[in-house]
Design a protein around this ligand. Structure first.
Ligand code: PLP
Length: 364
């Protein structure tokens, strides 16, 4: 099956084979060595040149575990978080912090709009109790890229902590984490890194880590400082998904061999191909081109074609697309182009789409 959903993604045969390596105990040196290598490769990939200023904390859990661990671990007693919300994943950040009653009113934007850095500046001036600001890098709901650099500048200039959900951004979009002084970035193996779901991570600025040790613990599994000291010695506090880590390391090797820039370009090229062919068929994108990501496109459902029919007919031809979420559920469908996909597979999908669309038009 060709997966055109935003994770889990199709992986290469090389990554799949890595699952079959020998059974090992996570308290043995084989595992510790692998963990240290994975951490090093993450730093090489995502904070090149600033590897000594960051640590990579690895968690067994999906991307949400990494995001929630960052949110739970970043606030001193009595301080608050402000969330920039322009999609389902921004909403999830709000829900996480709302559960703990640690938020101030979020700054909401329409789902096709980017958050406004000047509005954030004003809000931060009005809320001295806000210690951290969180945002999603790539809003998977719509495929919108948020202005990380501009927002980071405001957060940094007003001495706040920036917590970024880049679960669907890392390895798909360029980002300068160290240069923008971003303290916490959450990511996952199972999207643009092209590994399997089940392992996720937080890139954490070392200076901030020292402060975090004094903050209240709000979860046992998800308190990042529980992981840090042990992981520096190659030890994990809880049983890791060993086989998924094997595949994660292999996927990181593939990423570093391909090169980050080449991967962005490969994704961009595939997304452009999808967008151009869809435009030719009269299928309209939900977002203007200048805010679209490299890896997902939300399209308006063509007139006379509902999502279930479109989905089922494409699935019968071997392609899985993705529904809209939330308020867009009945209005859009999404096509992701993350994963180990070939140009031929994308062409195959577009051919199948054309067929399904022609069938629907003929019936109408
Ligand atoms: C996929 C995704 C998540 C959640 O990841 P899971 O692996 O499903 O837990 C969080 N944030 C964003 C932006 C995502 O795209």
């Amino acid at each position: 099956m060709i997966l055109l959903n935003p994770g889990p993604v199709n992986v290469s045969e090389r990554v799949r084979q890595a699952l079959l390596r020998p059974d090992i105990c996570h308290r043995e040196s084989e595992f510790s060595d692998m963990l240290l290598r994975i951490q090093q490769k993450l730093l090489t990939a995502f904070v090149p040149g600033a590897e000594s200023e960051y640590v990579a904390v690895i968690l067994t859990g999906s991307g949400t575990a990494a995001v929630e661990s960052a949110v739970m671990s970043c606030l001193p007693l009595g301080k608050r978080m402000l969330v920039l919300n322009n999609g389902v994943y921004g909403e999830r950040l709000s829900n996480m912090i709302g559960l703990q009653r640690l938020g101030v009113s979020e700054l909401k934007s329409d789902w096709h709009m980017r958050p406004d850095p000047e509005r954030l500046r004003l809000a931060l001036r009005q809320h001295p109790e806000v210690h951290a600001v969180s945002m999603v890098h790539h809003e998977t709901t719509t495929g919108l890229i948020n202005p990380v650099k501009e927002i980071a500048e405001v957060v940094d200039s007003l001495n706040r902590v920036f917590v970024l959900d880049s679960v669907s951004g890392l390895a798909g979009e360029p980002i300068d984490i160290a240069g923008s002084h971003i303290y916490m970035v959450a990511g996952t193996a199972g999207k643009c890194i092209q590994g399997f779901p089940g392992v996720s991570f937080v890139l954490l600025r070392k200076g901030f880590l020292e402060q975090m040790r004094k903050y209240p613990k709000r979860s046992w599994y998800l308190t990042l400082t529980h992981y840090v000291d042990e992981q520096g010695r190659g030890i994990v506090p809880f049983t890791p998904a060993v086989q998924v880590y094997y595949a994660f390391e292999e996927a990181l090797d593939e990423l570093l061999e391909e090169g980050l820039t080449n991967r962005f370009q490969r994704y961009r090229r595939m997304a452009s191909k999808i967008r151009e062919r869809m435009a030719g068929m009269g299928v309209q994108p939900f977002l203007p081109a200048d805010v679209q990501s490299n890896t997902i496109t939300a399209f308006h459902l063509p007139a006379g074609l509902n999502y279930a029919t479109l989905h089922d007919q494409l699935k019968a031809r071997g392609y899985v697309i993705y529904a809209g979420q939330g308020q867009l559920e009945s209005k859009v469908f999404r096509v992701a182009n993350m994963g180990a996909l070939t140009d031929g597979q994308i062409d195959g999908f577009l051919g199948a789409f054309e067929e399904v669309l022609a069938g629907a038009t003929a019936r109408a």
